[in-house]
Every structure is written in C-alpha cells, then in structure tokens.
Write a protein that binds this ligand. Structure first.
Ligand SMILES: Nc1ncnc2c1ncn2[C@@H]1O[C@H](COP(=O)(O)OP(=O)(O)O)[C@@H](O)[C@H]1O
Ligand SMILES: [Mg+2]
Length: 295
C-alpha cells in the first residue's frame, strides 16, 4: 500500500531521523508510523527525548526526515521544493511552542500579533484586523486584544498563540507541549480550547503533552517510545469535544501498535518483570500469541 492509497490526512511511514554531531549519531526517530484522519485530535505522549519535537518539526516543514515517507493532506513533504515548503508553512500548518514567549512578538499587541502572519497573504489591513479580532474572540481573549504579551498571564499568552497559529486558517495545528508551563487548571482550559477550535474550524490537531490524564480528554492518544510509536489508547465512545475535567469513568482501550514489518514494542517494565533478555519464546495457540522468557 502506498501513501496515496490511504485515507489519512497526516501519514508517516517508517520514518527515521538521524542527527549527526561530529562522529556521533543520534537516532531521534526509528521507524515511526502515524496515521491521523482529517478533523481528528490526537495527543502524542512520551518521555523526554523520545522524539516528540523531532516529529512535530518534520510535520511543520522545519526539518526533514533521514528516511521514510511523510505526507500531509496528500502532499509529500519530502519532495516539496523550497518554495512549496514556504507556502506549506504559511497556509497549511499552524504551530504552537511550549515557551509562551516564543509564540509572539513582545512589542506587539495581541491583535497585531494575530494579524502579522496574514501580511503574507493578499488581505487588506482592515480585513486582517477584523479577522484577527474574530480569532481572539474564538480563543476567549476579545477583551485583551490591545494588550502586549507582558500584560497577559501564561494561559492568556497561549490563547493568543493559538489565535496566531490559526491566523491563516490552516487545516493542521501542531502544538509542542503547549501546556508545559501552565498550572493544571489553566492547562485543562487550554486543552478545552483545542477542542473548541477543532469543532469550530474542523482543524486536525496534534498535541504533544505529558499530561497523564490526556487520554480522558482526547479520543486518541499515541505513546512514543525511543522514536517509535509503541501503544495507543482510544476511548470506547469517542466524543470530539475535550472536557476540562478528566472523565475517569469512561472506558479506555489500550492497544500495542504493530508496524508494517510485524514489529511491536514490549514495555521495558514488562521485560524486567518477566526477566526477558534478548531472547524469548513465542507460541501461537487458540488465536493468541504468547511471549515467554527463555529459561
Ligand atoms: N538538533 C539536534 N541535534 C542533535 N540531536 C538532537 C537534535 N534535536 C533532538 N536531538 C536528539 O534527538 C532525540 C529526540 O529529541 P526530541 O525530539 O527533542 O525529543 P522530545 O521532544 O520527545 O523530548 C534526543 O535524544 C535529542 O537529544
Ligand atoms: Mg520536545
């Protein structure tokens, strides 16, 4: 099956990213697969150094993979020209950084910050201001439109950041630990806001987070470990809307992910608990695969 045969809006197939520093090679992504449908919200959870930012940077067109296939909305990110990448970044993807200050210019007001990315498109300054005000209303900051970032709280700054990322109405929103610097209550509000954006604008959203409760708030969570997707948690009934409160009574289903070559990851804790070293015995019985330690 090739990329174009599949329905996903965001598709990653067997993606590798190797950083070379002098003689050292760091493998940040090792055979990563991801398939996200248009209009879906997916959370990506993983330990520090597992490759989350590397993946988002590739999807944003800031970086390119060492090997593998990546497409967004049918566009092959590996074969785009520099000009196409520029257009892609301007029109097709919005990005939100963890550091609230990185998302906006300190000397511009909220509305000026949101209007800024629109300068690259063919809209009049009056129209830009109108659209920027509309986006600030959407993120609940209409009343702070003439404030500069220093006069805003961390949560308010992230709301402006979301409005900035949405300035050119991109179909894809990428957020790299957008709630990392916020307290729990504010983080929950921001996650809620992603739900509102998803509903109002049908934006496909990928959020990197290490909030363990995220699975109760988003319909689908993929766990990344050592540069590869390992497990996935889905809610049995998928509501699009995020809720601030974790609804812990909802049923979650956890799956291990099997890649195109049949590889799966066994969590390190399980390997240790069962004393599985570099060899194990695999048996198939009654439609079940069992992996047992080699005594
Ligand atoms: N520009 C870079 N040069 C060298 N190594 C990098 C670079 N960016 C990330 N890495 C390494 O790649 C791995 C994954 O990093 P990253 O994607 O930032 O992880 P995460 O966002 O999950 O914390 C880490 O081992 C990190 O040190
Ligand atoms: Mg990171």
């Amino acid at each position: 099956m090739t990329l174009s045969d599949r329905g996903g809006y965001v598709l990653c197939e067997d993606v590798f990213k190797i950083y070379k520093i002098a003689d050292l090679e760091v493998v940040a992504l090792r055979g990563l697969d991801l398939d996200v449908t248009q209009g879906e919200i997916v959370a990506i959870v993983g330990a520090s150094g597992s490759g989350k930012s590397t993946l988002l940077n590739i999807l944003a067109g800031y970086d390119s993979p060492s090997a593998g296939k990546v497409s967004v909305g049918g566009r092959d990110l590996l074969t785009m020209t520099a000009k196409q990448v520029e257009e892609y970044r301007r029109d097709d993807v919005g990005f939100i950084w963890q550091q609230t200050s990185r998302n906006m210019f300190p000397y511009l007001t909220s509305v000026e910050n949101v209007a800024l990315p629109m300068m690259l498109t063919n809209t009049s300054s009056r129209e830009r201001r109108r659209m920027a005000e509309e986006l600030l209303e959407l993120v609940g900051l209409g009343h702070r439109k003439d404030h500069t970032p220093e006069k805003l709280s961390g949560g308010e700054q992230q709301r402006v950041a979301i409005a900035i990322a949405l300035a050119n109405k991109p179909p894809l929103l990428l957020a790299d630990e957008p709630t990392g610097e916020l307290d729990d209550a504010t983080a929950a509000e921001i996650l809620d806001l992603f739900g509102t954006v998803n509903q109002e604008m049908n934006t496909t959203i990928l959020i990197v987070t290490h909030d363990p409760d995220i699975a109760y708030k988003v319909g689908r969570v993929v766990m990344i470990r050592d540069g590869k997707m390992s497990t996935e948690i889905r809610r049995k009934v998928t509501y699009r809307r995020l809720t601030g409160e974790a609804e812990t009574d909802q049923l979650l289903e956890e799956f291990i992910l099997v890649d195109g070559s049949g590889r799966v990851q066994i969590p390190r804790e399980v390997l240790e608990e069962l004393s599985i070293g570099d060899r194990a015995r695999l048996t198939i019985e009654d439609g079940k695969v069992t992996i047992v330690p080699d005594e």
